[in-house]
Design a protein. Structure first.
Length: 299
């Protein structure tokens, strides 16, 4: 490990700021798609109406208006500021401790980014539950709340205060390690393979290479995270039973494999690719753009 200097701390802070801002910018553009996905998952609207997705979007728009697609945007932006700001900062700090980003081996890149994802998930986990609750709330549920004076959460959203809010912390950390480990490592490796290593070349030489590396990063992230999300869905079905967490994990893996072999772990893979690829690609493009501006004006 290399000794950390004051200049490294300033660099890490700037990387965290730029990374958080880039993720917030990307999430602002992709938030409507995420809101629609949460509505479909929590309320089964896609299956209830038996209509194509585009027609369902129009149905929701006519019934509840444009603001429904941006519900929870402020929480999304705050969550991204904490989640991505933390993981970019931690990743840069660990890489500096290893001797600098340029000289890192593959396994050190993967280890530093996975650690960063775990720390980021630890920081942002309370906002994930709050975001699902806000996105999953319909006008009808709000009306029912006013009539009854009670709050009824959508199915799948844990209740019970701070303890229940953090009950999925371990799975969130595992997911954060997997997501960030793949996102960051795949992007860096692909970018290096394309022969582009600095934001100073943006956008003349870097635009298409950044977009390509971002799409590869997003697609590979979906490959890694899809089995985790499938197992998480199975664990939600076991959450009301009396078995412990370890038994739940084992039962989830066994039941998923029995239901369809390895393919069962990749149910919903196409929607996962559609969800992750645009957001990850935009995040990296904003990151390179903001890094380029930072180097021009403040370095």
């Amino acid at each position: 490990f290399r000794k950390t200097h004051v200049g490294d701390i300033h660099l890490t802070m700037s990387v965290g700021f730029i990374g958080g801002l880039a993720a917030m910018s990307a999430s602002f553009l992709t938030h409507p798609m995420d809101s629609l996905r949460v509505r479909m998952f929590l309320h089964g609207e896609l299956h209830a109406h038996h209509v194509p997705r585009l027609r369902l979007v129009g149905h929701i728009f006519q019934r509840e208006g444009l603001p429904i697609f941006y519900k929870g945007l402020s929480t999304t932006l705050l969550r991204q500021a904490l989640w991505s700001g933390t993981r970019f900062s931690v990743n840069d700090s660990v890489q500096q401790s290893f001797g600098g980003k340029e000289s890192l081996s593959f396994h050190k890149r993967l280890a530093s980014s996975a650690l960063a994802g775990g720390v980021g998930a630890l920081v942002s986990s309370p906002f994930d539950a709050a975001l699902i609750q806000m996105q999953g709330t319909t006008k009808a549920m709000k009306h029912k709340q006013h009539l009854n004076g009670t709050w009824q959460k959508p199915n799948g959203v844990p209740t019970g205060g701070h303890r229940m809010l953090h009950q999925a912390l371990a799975p969130a950390i595992v997911r954060g390690c997997a997501v960030t480990g793949m996102q960051f490592t795949a992007y860096d490796v692909t970018k290096a393979a394309l022969g582009w290593t600095t934001s100073a070349e943006w956008p003349e030489k870097g635009f298409l290479k950044c977009a390509t590396a971002g799409m590869v990063s997003g697609a590979l992230t979906a490959v890694v995270v899809c089995p985790i999300d499938v197992l998480k869905a199975h664990q939600l079905n076991l959450a009301t039973s009396a078995v412990g967490p370890a038994t739940q994990h084992t039962k989830s893996i066994i039941s998923t494999y029995k239901s369809g072999g390895v393919k069962a772990f990749y149910r919903g893979f196409v929607p996962a690719v559609v969800r992750h690829t645009p957001q990850v690609t935009l995040m990296w493009m904003f990151y390179e753009y903001y890094s380029h501006l930072w180097q021009q004006n403040w370095d």
